[in-house]
Design a protein around this ligand. Structure first.
Ligand code: PMM
Length: 269
């Protein structure tokens, strides 16, 4: 069964939800709604990673997300924290998070991996080649699937070296991070190879530019959120087909429905 991770962005500037959930109460209510829609995990983040976003002070990041994590964890939700900061990761785990989702794979903060090793949380190591101020500067590859697998392998080795066992490690190819839309589709075609490496794989295509680019090749103008969520639900099914552990999505209901139809199609086995 492919798990569904619902996104709770507690930021005033996230490109995909317009910062609508910037206040704690609204973020908590949004998290509850995602759980009601069937989210297995909630990914709570306070720093936008959108292209061109500026870094947020760690103290601001923590005051945005910690009350939200505490409240949702207290209600029994499984929480993941989307952060590149070791201090925030540790504080979030103390507040009840069970997973640390680091889009930089432990590269942005040299203390991250050791900090997570000292907790019992799982860690998501995402493929990343630098901060997002210049989105495509690092998007140069000879064989993108092999390079993503190789670079993630280095991050896994670094995590193991500080004592994080394989069963606590999840890898993520990082769609849109240092990759053009066309390169993202190449990574999609190699997803089964990532899964074949044996670690759990997380995939985040939700509302990303690659979907609008795919639609536009068919003459479809994909701009509305509903259309983007429909396209996302399709990628969730295809990711499930490739054997991923979980998909990270903004809108949970469409993905849950799409995955249920896939399960009926395939059978439980
Ligand atoms: N994408 C965004 C943020 N965090 N984390 C993981 N593990 N994988 C992703 O693809 C990913 C992520 C993009 O930001 P958004 O929440 O504003 O869409």
């Amino acid at each position: 069964m492919t798990l569904v991770m619902g996104v709770v962005n507690v930021t005033p500037d996230s490109f995909s939800d317009g910062g609508r959930y910037a206040s704690h109460d609204a973020a908590i209510a949004h998290g509850r709604a995602l759980v009601a829609d069937g989210a297995d995990l909630l990914d709570v983040g306070g720093e936008s990673t959108r292209p061109g976003a500026t870094r947020v002070a760690q103290s601001d990041e923590q005051s945005r997300i910690l009350p939200v994590i505490e409240a949702l964890a207290a209600e029994g939700a499984a929480i993941s924290v989307d952060t590149m900061n070791a201090g925030t990761a540790v504080a979030a785990v103390s507040a009840g998070a069970r997973v640390v989702n680091d889009v930089s794979g432990g590269l942005a903060d040299p203390d991250m991996l050791a900090a997570v090793a000292g907790t019992d949380a799982d860690i998501v190591l995402q493929h990343w080649r630098g901060h997002s101020a210049d989105m495509y500067r690092t998007a140069v590859y000879d064989d993108i699937v092999a390079e993503v697998i190789g670079e993630l392998g280095e991050r896994v080795a670094a995590a193991r070296a500080v004592g994080i066992p394989d069963h606590r490690i999840v890898i993520d190819p990082g769609f849109g991070f240092g990759k053009t839309p066309e390169q993202n589709w190449q990574v999609v075609r190699g997803l089964h190879r990532l899964v074949g490496g044996g670690h759990r794989v997380l995939v985040g295509t939700s509302r990303k530019r690659m979907l609008a680019v795919a639609a536009s090749s068919a003459g479809i103008d994909l701009t509305g959120e509903d259309d983007l969520d429909l396209a996302t639900a399709v990628t969730s099914v295809l990711a499930a087909q490739a054997g991923v552990w979980a998909v990270r999505v903004h809108e949970v209901a469409a993905t849950r429905l799409a995955l249920a139809v896939r399960t009926a199609w395939e059978g439980e086995g």
